[in-house]
Design a protein around this ligand. Structure first.
Ligand code: GTP
Ligand code: MG
Length: 233
């Protein structure tokens, strides 16, 4: 696939409203776009399999599963388009591949904080995975209270014509962190939340919740450590 093959893929009449209603009609040259997205879907499958294998091995060795669930998604065409626009890039295959790290997104939900680091470490150790960037929002939470461990990785995906390195964003978090992030994410899309004062109050309450969840996550980890002192865990 050549770098500019999807350069003119955005329809002239594409508008946000149009895309939300008919996302599949947003793209003119769907063949090139679809094969690029297929590569991202394959990368997600590769990473998901690696995670499932790690979880399986762990459950045989330690009789419990570090991963509670795995979710994944491919960025929508509008979201890709908007992000490239925001960064000042055209909608081309090269720009999608070089400028965006999160077209393929995988979210790993763990029970305990130490499971997050165990999963991240075991994944990073695999020799076909290249770590592009790590952001540890558990050690350094965002001011609003957001916590998660983020990895941008590159993984080779094998196709008939050879292998291609594909980037993916992996977010690893506890059930509690996910609970908080889901509600906070929904809040950001509520445009009719009332005046600034009400919005500030909700934001403040959410930050308080993040603190409570952090305390609970830490207590659960302490309990797990105590149990671990008495039996193999
Ligand atoms: P993006 O341009 O949003 O992808 O940000 P970035 O490139 O600086 O990456 P970062 O690692 O900070 O965040 C990437 C992703 O993490 C977001 O797309 C969200 O899924 C998640 N995230 C980051 N911050 C928050 C937050 O404050 N709240 C919630 N709910 N999710 C967040
Ligand atoms: Mg993102």
């Amino acid at each position: 696939m050549h770098k500019d093959t999807i350069k003119n893929s955005i329809r002239e009449d594409a508008s946000e409203e149009f895309d939300i209603l008919f996302p599949e009609r947003f793209i003119k040259n769907t063949d090139y776009y679809n094969s690029l997205m297929m590569m991202y879907r394959c990368a997600i499958r590769e990473v998901s399999t690696k995670l499932e294998v790690l979880d399986d091995e762990f459950s045989v060795k330690y009789k419990r599963n570090p991963i509670s669930s795995i979710k994944s998604r491919i960025k929508t065409p509008l979201s890709i388009y908007n992000k490239l626009q925001r960064l000042g890039y055209e909608f081309t295959e090269q720009n999608i591949r070089e400028q965006l790290n999160d077209v393929a997104g995988i979210r790993v939900i763990c029970s305990f904080i130490d499971d997050i680091y165990a999963v991240a470490h075991l994944l990073a150790e695999q020799d076909d995975i290249t770590i592009i960037r790590i952001k540890d929002y558990i050690q350094n939470p965002k001011p609003n209270g957001y916590r998660s461990y983020h990895m941008i990785i590159e993984i080779p995906v094998f196709f008939a014509e050879g292998k291609t390195p594909i980037r993916a964003e992996i977010q690893i978090r506890t059930i509690g962190m996910d609970f908080w992030a889901s509600l906070e994410h929904q809040l950001r899309y509520k445009k009719d939340l009332g005046n600034n004062e009400q919005y500030a109050l909700i934001t403040q309450k959410l930050t308080e919740c993040a603190r409570t969840i952090t305390a609970t996550d830490n207590q659960m980890q302490d309990i797990k450590n105590l149990i671990g002192e008495y039996c193999e865990f």
